[in-house]
Design a protein around this ligand. Structure first.
Ligand code: FAD
Ligand code: MLT
Ligand code: ZN
Length: 491
């Protein structure tokens, strides 16, 4: 059979079909009560639904079996059995991924990490945390907060996503500008290969130059070569003072100036510089009903956060930055959070965009790296293109509701989102591959942080040359000769 979202993708006939005997094996191994959700020998169609559909409700798989192993040895036995039977699998964490990578395409078995949720150790002197893949990001950060440390990644899905999922997608998030990529902060990991081999590379060393750094292959490979079961990660001390300011800006040129000023004046305490366009903020206002922090309306807004160790010193710096950018006319208006409640509410105007969009219907999401001078031009060009094609207008008969841009300006990472009443193939065809060609011409990346999954399976060539793609295929064959790990996705 073929996939609903991708009619030209066919189920690989080399993969085994799940039988009642297979299910008995897994029930025996993991225990039937909470470890196995089974639609083969039991009637569990509704129970399987959350594991089959993604956060955006854009992709739907047809798994009949979800497994929830509790430890690495169980994962090893599960994968060894699947490999022997050529049963395809999908590793799944919090299922918050935005490229359809965490759900099956056909009947692949879901291996969900939610029961692997123990924190193993934390060393205050080095700041190294060792924890299972299924620990929820917010839980890990809360644990660290109690020990005056911070998880070096934060993102809107923190209440649901798993740290193993974060590592497998190499998630970027809201403070990459300050704390860097997981390729730098992850010190080690443990993973299981499809043949059941346990890769124990759970080093806690900051420095370790002994040959190839193989753990890096698992970071961002989206479950295609093995299942990550635990990670060790370098965590910085929790900053004692965190401040946030929110600005209205008249043009994209001024916004670039504001960013340069922020880098120059706030330098070592700058921890986030986020961009939100006017439309994204009106969407948040409509969906939350919250009063906007500024009086006037502006085409652009930015959120600037500082994190440091001396509240007075940081506030002084931020206030003089604010005074400078306002008096120079770089920003038109601005507000500084005065307490924790205001701090949270200002951040909601940025973090809440993804959810606000999800209330409108479908969203075509493009998560791209583009050199800063042209970053926002993509949104303008896309809006113009969709308008010329007759997809954008003021009433309900037009399929596109909004074309919005926001993102991690400090990392040159734009999120272009096209919100539609319903997913619509004509709109999709008007955007893709046009958008990828646009990015390629500027030597950008078609995925800055969300990954490729199934959404971009056809498009890797716009950001990687043939040699790189061939090397990836060779590595895939080496690690997963039967191709059972997360098939039909980008590799
Ligand atoms: P899942 O969605 O379950 O899986 C994602 C991929 O990783 C899949 O391919 C899956 O097969 C694989 N995978 C999961 N666990 C494992 C494992 N243990 N071993 C091997 N493979 C595995 N992303 C950003 O980069 N920055 C953001 O700012 C950001 N903000 C977001 C905000 C919202 C509201 C939402 C819904 C998503 C956001 N994302 C963001 C997307 C992001 O990719 C995820 O939130 C997160 O990193 C995925 O973690 P997860 O546990 O949900 O993984
Ligand atoms: C974000 O930065 O808000 C996330 O990457 C999610 C999104 O792109 O909507
Ligand atoms: Zn993002």
């Amino acid at each position: 059979y073929t996939s609903d979202a991708y009619p030209h993708v066919k189920r690989d006939p080399n993969f085994g079909e799940l039988t009642a005997d297979d299910v008995s094996f897994f029930k025996e191994l993991l225990g039937s009560q909470s470890a196995v959700v089974d639609g083969v020998t039991a009637d569990a169609t509704d129970d399987l639904e959350p594991f089959n559909s993604d956060w955006m409700r854009k992709y739907r798989g047809h798994t009949r079996l979800v497994l929830k192993p509790q430890n690495t040895e169980e994962v090893s036995k599960v994968l060894k059995y699947c490999n022997g039977r050529k049963l395809a699998v999908v590793p799944q964490g919090g299922n918050t991924g935005l490229v359809g990578g965490s759900v099956p395409v056909f009947d692949e078995i879901v291996i969900n990490t939610s029961r692997m949720n123990k924190i193993h150790s934390f060393d205050e002197a080095s700041g190294v945390l060792v924890a299972d893949a299924g620990v929820i990001l917010e839980v890990a950060d809360q644990y660290l907060a109690e020990r005056n440390h911070l998880f070096p990644l934060d993102l809107g899905a923190k209440g649901s996503c798993h740290i193993g999922g974060n590592v497998s997608t190499n998630a970027g998030g809201l403070r990459l500008l300050r704390y860097g990529s997981l390729h730098g902060s992850v010190l080690g990991l443990e993973a299981v290969l499809p043949d059941g081999t346990i890769v124990d590379s759970l080093s806690t060393l900051r420095k370790n130059n002994t040959g190839y750094d193989l753990k890096q292959l698992f970071i961002g490979s989206e479950g295609t070569i093995g299942l990550v079961t635990a990670i060790s990660i370098q965590c910085p001390p929790r900053p004692k003072a965190v401040n946030v300011a929110y600005f209205g800006v008249e043009s994209y040129e001024q916004l670039q100036r504001a960013f340069l000023e922020a880098k120059g004046q706030l330098s070592e305490i700058l921890s986030a510089f986020e961009l939100m366009d006017g439309r994204s903020q009106s969407l948040v206002r409509e969906s939350t009903g919250n009063k906007h922090p500024l009086e006037g309306e502006y085409p652009f807004y930015c959120l600037v956060e500082t994190s440091g160790s001396n509240a007075e010193h940081d506030m002084e710096k931020l206030e003089s930055f604010l005074e400078h950018v306002m008096s120079e006319g770089i920003v038109a208006d601005g507000v500084l959070a005065q307490d924790e409640t205001q701090f949270q509410s200002l951040w909601r105007w940025r973090e809440g965009i993804t959810e606000s969009l999800s209330h409108l219907g479908g969203t075509y999401k493009y998560d791209v790296s583009i050199p800063l001078p042209e970053l926002y031009q993509l949104v303008e060009d896309c809006k113009q293109r969709l308008t010329e094609k007759g997809f954008v207008g003021d009433d309900d008969s037009f399929p596109v509701r909004a074309v919005v841009g926001y993102g991690h300006m400090g990392d040159s990472n734009l999120h272009l989102n096209v919100s539609v009443r319903q997913y619509n193939k004509d709109v999709e065809k008007a955007i893709e591959p046009w958008v990828y060609e646009w990015i390629q011409k500027r030597q950008g990346s078609i995925s800055a942080e969300h990954g490729l999954g199934i959404a971009k399976r056809e498009y890797i060539g716009y950001s990687q040359n043939e040699t790189m793609v061939n090397l990836m295929k060779q590595l895939k064959t080496l690690y997963d000769p039967n191709g059972i790990m997360n098939p039909y996705k980008y590799i």
